[in-house]
Ligand binder design. Structure first.
Ligand SMILES: *Cc1c(COP(=O)(O)O)cnc(C)c1O
Ligand SMILES: [Zn+2]
Length: 466
């Protein structure tokens, strides 16, 4: 009898001194023995692992099968925790890798060397669908009746779309007050999720939802959920696929809760372990300056993965001081406005695996980069543009060479946060200052302001000539 996922996949504590393991039929968001994060592991020796990544191309001829159509589940042999009949998919992962020479020029790269991975093209408009399809699958495996998440917006939009299209479970989303971009809030409401707005910020909402989930046995879909991160590995598989399986030199990704960066590092470590790639790209994780915990810990305090034993005392002292000072995250890039990244330890491991670097960028740099991404086509929300702003910074420092092949992950769709975009391009100084000035944004070098004219043909024709 062939092995089933229940035999060959298991959850394992990230803390090597503990190393406790649990079945994939258990619902856990932390190790019950030591409290560390959990990871999915597989008995690869007992599984049908593809001999070459090219084997995945055969799936394209089988696109009528929803699992092979999905840009996530097409790669399910690389995260085999579910049986095919249990998988929940809504056709996520139809995203593209686009060479952008205009953005390459802005970043300071040679023509043809910069690529943008447009994860905003997912069903709910952000990369979160890559993970939520996997978390929804696990929720179905364990017969969850209610699922919940705390969110800066995109996680709730994603969870809500999976629940409303499949009707497999109810959804409760927790959001902070006044911090959520309207495009995202509108999705949770429209997709019929029960939405609880807490008087506090994201870090508060996450702490509360974890309590509520424990109290009521609700299935938790934040990125502490290890199944979610398995789905997010597929972003890297699609990047490799688009580059004909040749790893790029750099992956640049915004860092919020650090789920994506963690998943990317795990993906590459596993591909290498399985002999499917020989070279691992370097990883650059980009914080917003107003939410720069990772940057401070790595570049300021020298915290490293350190073979699985990062300097916990130093990390704890950092957070104690943050609490004592009541220091709150503050950036226009609301999707990464997070001061207590839950996947910090996994991200440290990813930085180790990928010889990674961390940088911070200001809201000014983010919005300028965002305008350049938009002018080059497709567009993105502010948090996503941190990747491009970060690549520009690393290029200026000489860490990235002009001839390197660089992939910036655009995590969310342009329409998620139209307020920030309109304010940036607006000629109305009052509007600009109200939305952006308070965040230290002083100028809009790439503004494309609407031209105001009287309702009169001559004036309009004159405006066209200008
Ligand atoms: C969630 C999110 C991020 C942050 O990703 P993490 O995995 O939490 O680091 C960045 N950009 C967008 C658009 C997001 O929705
Ligand atoms: Zn443990």
């Amino acid at each position: 009898m062939p092995a089933t996922a229940l035999d060959t996949a298991f959850q394992k504590c990230l803390n090597s001194a503990c190393g406790a393991t649990f079945g994939v039929d258990e619902v856990l968001t932390a190790c019950p023995q030591c409290g560390d994060l959990l990871d999915l592991n597989y008995d690869w020796d007992r599984l049908p692992v593809p001999r070459s990544l090219r084997d995945f191309e055969a799936k394209w001829s089988n696109r009528r099968d929803p699992l092979d159509y999905s840009g996530v589940w097409r790669f399910r042999q690389l995260f085999p925790f579910a049986e095919d009949r249990q998988i929940v998919t809504i056709g996520e992962g139809q995203t593209i890798l686009q060479q952008s020479d205009s953005v390459a020029g802005y970043v300071g790269m040679d023509t043809g060397r910069l690529h943008l991975q447009y994860e905003g093209l997912n069903p709910s408009g952000s990369f979160k669908d890559n993970g939520m399809t996997a978390a929804s699958t696990h929720a179905r495996m364990v017969n969850a009746r209610t699922a919940a998440c705390a969110s800066t917006g995109n996680t709730s939009a994603s969870l809500a779309i999976y629940a409303s299209t499949t009707r497999l479970f109810r959804v409760v989303v927790f959001i902070g007050s006044g911090k959520i971009a309207f495009g995202k809030l509108s999705q949770a409401l429209d997709y019929d999720a029960r939405t609880i707005q807490i008087e506090g910020d994201f870090d508060d909402a996450l702490a509360r939802v974890q309590e509520v989930a424990r109290e009521r046995g609700i299935y938790l879909c934040n990125s502490v959920n290890p199944f979610r991160l398995e789905g997010q590995k597929s972003i890297m598989f699609r990047v490799l696929e688009a580059l004909a399986w040749e790893p790029p030199d750099w992956i640049v990704v915004p860092g919020g809760n650090l789920g994506n960066s963690s998943a990317f590092g795990k993906a590459f470590a596993e591909l290498k372990q399985l002999g499917l790639i020989t070279r691992i790209p370097r990883l650059a994780v980009i914080n917003a300056a107003g939410a720069n915990t990772l940057h401070q810990l790595v570049n300021g305090h020298g915290v490293r993965w350190n073979g699985g034993t990062p300097d916990t005392a130093r990390i704890d002292a950092f957070f104690d001081k943050m609490d004592a000072d009541n220091h709150r995250a503050s950036t226009l890039a609301s999707a990464i406005e997070i001061n207590r990244p839950v996947n910090l330890r996994k991200c440290l491991r990813a930085l180790e695996v990928c010889d990674g670097v961390v940088r911070e960028v200001s809201d000014q740099e983010i919005l300028d980069a965002k305008a350049q991404v938009g002018a080059g086509g497709f567009g993105c929300e502010p948090a996503s543009a941190a990747s491009v702003a970060g690549a520009k910074k690393l290029r200026a420092e000489g860490v990235i060479a002009p001839s390197d092949r660089v992939v910036c992950i655009l995590t969310g769709h342009q329409l998620k946060d139209p307020d920030a975009t309109v304010a940036y391009h607006s000629a109305d100084r009052e509007m600009f200052d109200k939305k952006l000035g308070s965040r230290g944004v002083k100028s809009a070098a790439y503004a494309n302001s609407p031209v105001v004219v009287p309702n009169q043909l001559e004036a309009i024709l004159a405006a066209l000539e200008a």
